[in-house]
Design a protein around this ligand. Structure first.
Ligand code: CO
Length: 140
């Protein structure tokens, strides 16, 4: 069901500082930060040959990462995003297997303009999982 790791997301308290650290200390390519008010985050991507690292800073009052940063003020790993080719089939299989889907289980359009779902971290050993639908996901 899972095809590729699309990204690993890190919540950071200060995106500018995090981007500078990735550029200067790790020699990484970091995108210009984008404000995504509908998702409550400002995001920048670190591009690595086989995946992306998403740096997330809270934006606005109801940011979904605000409570995470309250618990982890220095920042930390927030979620792993796996690609699937059919998100509705993936959801149905997950529900059948007893896993919980966050929110109402209806895929939303995520930060990359593609349908996404989040799975309950308690069902996956403490890690929040995002699934993103990428059709024809074979990159081999
Ligand atoms: Co994500």
């Amino acid at each position: 069901m899972l095809t590729w790791v699309n990204h690993v997301a890190l919540a950071v308290p200060d995106l500018e500082k995090a981007a500078a650290r990735y550029r200067e200390s790790l020699g990484a390519r970091v995108s210009i930060p984008q404000r995504l008010p509908e998702h409550g985050v400002t995001v920048a991507f670190v591009t690595i040959a086989n995946t992306k690292i998403e740096l997330l800073e809270p934006l606005g009052e109801n940011s979904p990462i605000a409570s995470f940063l309250a618990k982890h003020p220095d920042g930390g790993m927030h979620h792993v995003c796996y690609e699937v080719t059919d998100i509705n089939a993936a959801r149905d299989h997950l529900l059948t297997s007893g896993a919980r889907i966050l929110c109402d289980g209806i895929p939303k359009i995520g930060a990359h303009g593609r349908p996404v779902l989040f799975l309950h971290p308690k069902d996956f050993f403490g890690t929040l999982i995002e699934l993103e639908e990428v059709k024809g996901a074979s990159r081999a």
